[in-house]
Write a protein that binds this ligand. Structure first.
Ligand code: PRX
Length: 657
């Protein structure tokens, strides 16, 4: 990792957009003074602040203490008992929302006129019914409190049903993104020691069927842990059903009871595991627990998206990522509003699909990723311009820094200059949004996630923990625990301590570099480790490298990210072939396909360069920093004093010429 002092910010953006006055007048938080007073209280008296927030939720047993903090372990609402599924469903029904649409879903397939052939609406009451039945199905399969259940499904309501059913009985779920393939499933199943997998025959994506069940079948060849595979029939494609192991969802659901009491769970009971990439080794199972996550996701959603009972909220993220967990499912349903789910690709059958969805369902709040916005910009404004987007009241972004041009396009073309934009910074580990504008309060600056949310003490620090002056780049750190923070890396305590709590002693290390400007606004500059962000998704170098090395022609490989106009970053692979293999385009194509097959299309390298050896330190560590410079600028100017063999870089440069 480079030193903080070498992190230079090159961005200078001076435009400022105050919240639309009418929006501010009606917002939950209406003024900067109100934000500042509440923020101060949340930092000075976190116990009092969060106790007040949590009093609006259902607990079977009230907590004894709000926070127990023994660095690096936080426990929130200690001694309390609650259930997230209860708060998402039963409580909403008690509050009179039973007949309100909870999930509004659109499948991908369309008829010849471009109209979707499947739209489903599930009210809170119907969703509760489905969840209870599936919770009973899980129990009948022997799933008990604490057992990890793997969910590998497309974006259909049954994925949310399965998550809420797990939460209901206290079985932590591990959702695996449907774009991942067999090896990734097997690795995660093994790490989680999960015996039950819930999947579909397939899912629709760009008019094609993604063979989810076939991928699970492949995964079962890589581990014998999987005892039961529950299959929801989505596409009707042929699948092999292995007797004694594979069972149809609809068969299991037929005769089960519609009643299933929500299990009172300890506040710190594990709600889910979600695997994410770090810079080294295998994917990390990020652990989130019950009460803190529940309260924080619901409360942050309410204030940041300024949710109202008649909102139709659409977060376009896949539930396979944390954004979908927190702001398609848990944080949104707890507010009793309608959450929109869309199954397929943004360009199917045409590039207007998202705008048609907004028009058709009168979506009021829309939350998406900068990479998607850039893709839409590239296609041109004629697509959104042809749709009626007047229902939109607020826009949001998440996942990576948004470049000011994309922000302006979003503001003008999608928001018609009348919607506040919330650029929300957070991570799989943080569970919910930590740095963000409040839509009725914050004057936004394109490209900045602005200021910390309540209870979040963010700082820019150097490696030794010194807080940096305004406009100096440094490491983004969080100095106090917050309710939705991760509670650990599953089965790897040392990694949890090392990665998050040791880089800068005593504070949470985000792995991002950033600066804070003279107004106290945060500007995220990027990751400081080797993690690559492709289209807003975090990919670890190790996983991609091991996929490359698993190809029989490859001896060694290193991958790095380099800037890409559309996807933010793209992957460049430096590959050493085994002797006797020609370094030609045929092999390049073969390797690209191989990685896509091993991990998923998202991990396919955009560039492959062959090299006789990789630049390494004397202790044998690959110096990805140098490769990154090469891939980005075509030359290496940084410090090479720890390089073992200088000629490697010279040769790489020549290869490129
Ligand atoms: O680098 C930051 C970037 O995404 C990382 C977290 O990735 P992940 O765990 O996959 O979660 C993404 C969705 C919450 C962060 O460390 N990031 C996320 N949001 C922003 C961002 N960078 C700049 N601005 C954002 N709004």
């Amino acid at each position: 990792m480079s030193d903080a002092t070498s992190i230079k910010s090159i961005m200078s953006e001076n435009r400022k957009f105050p919240p639309p006055p009418a929006f501010a007048a009606a917002a939950h938080i209406k003024s900067l003074d109100e934000y500042e007073a509440q923020y101060r209280r949340s930092i000075e008296d976190p116990d009092g602040f969060w106790a007040e927030v949590a009093s609006d939720f259902h607990f079977f047993r009230k907590w004894d203490r709000v926070l127990e903090w023994n660095l690096p372990d936080a426990k929130w609402f200690v001694g309390g008992q609650t259930n997230v599924s209860y708060n998402c469903l039963d409580l909403q029904i008690e509050r009179g929302r039973g007949d309100h649409t909870a999930i509004l879903w659109e499948g991908e397939p369309c008829d010849a006129t471009g109209k979707p052939t499947e739209i489903r609406r599930l009210t809170y009451r119907q969703l509760l019914d489905e969840v209870c039945r599936f919770a009973n199905v899980l129990r009948n399969l022997g799933v008990g409190k604490g057992d990890r259940v793997t969910l590998y499904m497309p974006m259909i309501p049954e994925l949310a049903v399965a998550m809420l059913a797990c939460a209901r009985i206290g079985a932590p779920h591990s959702v695996i993104f449907g774009g991942f393939t067999a090896q990734a499933i097997a690795d995660r199943v093994i790490d989680a020691q999960s015996k039950v997998v819930v999947t579909c025959d397939g899912g629709w994506r760009r008019g094609q069927i993604v063979p989810l069940k076939a991928n699970v079948d492949e995964a079962t060849k890589l581990t014998d842990l999987i005892k039961t595979v529950v299959v929801f029939k989505r596409c009707g494609n042929d699948v092999a059903m292995k007797s004694g192991r594979d069972v149809w969802w609809h068969d299991l659901m037929r005769d089960v009871s519609h009643e299933c009491r929500a299990e009172p769970l300890d506040s710190e009971h594990m709600l889910y595991l979600l695997y994410t990439s770090g810079s080294t080794g295998k994917p990390k199972g990020i652990q989130h627990t019950t009460a803190g996550y529940m309260v924080f996701t619901a409360y942050s959603a309410k204030l940041i998206f300024d949710l109202r009972p008649d909102d139709v909220f659409w977060c376009s993220a896949d539930i396979g990522w944390v954004t979908g967990h927190s702001y398609v499912v848990y944080g949104i349903l707890q507010n009793g509003v309608t959450t929109v789910m869309y199954e397929g690709a943004p360009n199917h059958p045409a590039w207007d699909r998202f705008w048609r969805i907004i028009e058709r369902h009168r979506v009021t709040k829309f939350y998406t990723a900068p990479t998607a916005i850039r893709a839409f910009m590239k296609q041109g404004r004629q697509f959104p311009d042809a749709c009626n987007l007047s229902s939109l009241k607020l826009l949001g972004t998440v996942g990576e820094p948004i470049n000011p041009e994309a922000w302006m396009w979003y503001h003008e073309v999608i928001g018609r200059k009348s919607c506040p934009i919330v650029d929300t910074w957070w991570q799989t580990e943080t569970g919910g949004i930590l740095i963000t504008p409040l839509p009725g309060v914050t004057a936004t600056k394109p490209g900045s996630a602005t200021r910390p949310f309540f209870g979040v003490e963010a700082a820019i620090m150097s490696k030794d923990g010194t807080v940096q002056p305004a406009n100096s780049g440094g490491y983004l750190a969080i100095r106090k625990p917050w309710p939705a923070m991760l509670r650990g890396v599953y089965g790897d305590r040392p990694r949890y301590e090392r990665q998050y709590w040791s880089e800068i002693p005593g504070v949470y290390f985000t792995g991002d570099s950033a600066r804070r400007d003279e107004d106290g606004y945060f500007w995220i500059m990027g990751r400081v480790d080797d993690v690559i962000k492709v289209a807003g998704h975090r990919l670890g170098t190790a996983e991609i490298e091991s996929a490359l090395v698993s190809h029989p022609r490859v001896a060694e490989a290193a991958v790095v990210g380099f800037p890409d106009e559309l996807t933010g970053e793209a992957i460049a692979a430096f590959v050493t072939l085994r002797t006797g293999n020609a370094a030609d385009d045929g092999v390049k194509g073969e390797l690209m396909t191989h990685v896509a097959k091993q991990i998923g299309a998202i991990a396919r390298p955009k560039q492959i360069r062959f090299t006789e050896s990789l630049p390494k330190t004397r202790s044998g560590k690959i110096m990805r920093r140098l490769l990154r410079e090469l891939a980005t600028k075509g030359s290496v100017e940084g410090d090479t004093t720890t390089l073992e063999d200088f000629s490697v870089i010279a040769r790489l440069r020549e290869d490129e010429a």
